[in-house]
Design a protein around this ligand. Structure first.
Ligand SMILES: [Zn+2]
Length: 306
């Protein structure tokens, strides 16, 4: 990336309370991560400008995955197992219908949902990933972001798996999702939890402080404020992880690149799965938060509210 593009920054106020009074928490990769003194929201400020963000997503997917089908295949296997667990949570509240996965990537979650009888749709910003989901997985995927899809009262469930923290205008995006959902529709969000035990211990070296892609760092409390502002009422909150227990043990032992090794051999090495299962039992499993919230009608909601 060119140096000039990295200098593309913009200052923002707290999106929840519109104040500009913050405390500096960390400096990472030349970005400041701050906490709002009023509401506790943690975010990057100043943050990458629009031009830089577009460039990040254009480059990231091409460099990270093109030509690496082997890693992708195994990452897919690994993620589908996790999504089997996640869809069980969804089905406690919604038995079926139309489901929209925002930021669906290669379509692994939608493939799992389709297998359980859901009518599946996806939205994906990366052209490469969207093409893959359409052509290789046979899924119905729109290119772009939530503003590229124009439906009203259409979906029963809308999912965001590790997408919210990337969104530069979360309130506008969630209000858009509110419009896309049917009356009593449900939004499901999974995002890193900056209040987790690992983040507190590792501070600025916590793996999910990922700059410049992750713009917001949520806790259960700040997600609750955000959702209520956008017309949603939380009905389920749970802690989760990414099967990261084994990788964190290996990290402590100083073994590098464990995640990649795990992904490559996940299918074949039964003992690795056993370690993973055991380590997840003993680990805190609070690195992510999974939240389900129902759409509530509110006359005061306007899509243009910031
Ligand atoms: Zn605030």
């Amino acid at each position: 990336m060119r140096k000039m593009e990295l200098q593309d920054r913009e200052s923002v106020k707290c999106m929840l309370c519109d104040l500009d009074e913050t405390q500096l928490l960390y400096v990472k990769d030349s970005f400041n991560i701050v906490r709002c003194k009023q509401c506790g929201l943690i975010y990057v400020n100043p943050r990458p400008g629009e031009g830089l963000l577009a460039e990040i997503y254009r480059q990231e997917y091409h460099q990270a995955y093109q030509g690496k089908d082997f890693v992708k295949l195994h990452e897919g296997e690994f993620k589908k197992r996790l999504f089997e667990e996640r869809i069980k949570i969804i089905q406690k509240y919604k038995k079926g219908g139309r489901i929209l996965d925002v930021g669906c990537s290669y379509g692994y979650f939608l493939e799992v949902a389709r297998g359980r009888g859901w009518d599946t749709y996806g939205i994906e910003l990366s052209q490469y990933a969207a093409d893959y989901a359409r052509e290789k997985m046979g899924l119905n995927v729109f290119s772009g972001d939530v503003f590229s899809v124009d439906y009203h009262d259409y979906f029963d469930v809308c999912t965001l798996w590790h997408v919210l923290e990337h969104m530069p205008t979360p309130i506008k995006s969630l209000q858009r999702i509110h419009r896309l959902l049917k009356k009593d529709g449900m939004i499901v969000i999974e995002t890193p939890n900056i209040n987790c035990s690992k983040a507190k211990k590792q501070k600025e070296s916590w793996g999910y402080l990922r700059l410049p892609e992750h713009l917001y760092y949520y806790t259960s409390a700040t997600i609750k404020q955000l959702l209520s502002k956008c017309g949603f009422e939380i009905i389920h909150t749970t802690s989760a992880d990414f099967g990261s227990g084994a990788t964190s043990i290996a990290d402590r032992m100083g073994i590098k690149g464990t995640r990649e090794v795990l992904l490559r051999h996940y299918r074949y090495l039964r003992w690795l799965r056993a370690i993973l299962a055991w380590s997840r039992k003993i680990s805190r499993q609070d690195e992510f938060v999974v939240i389900c919230a129902l759409k509530v009608e509110r006359d005061s909601l306007r899509e243009n509210d910031k």
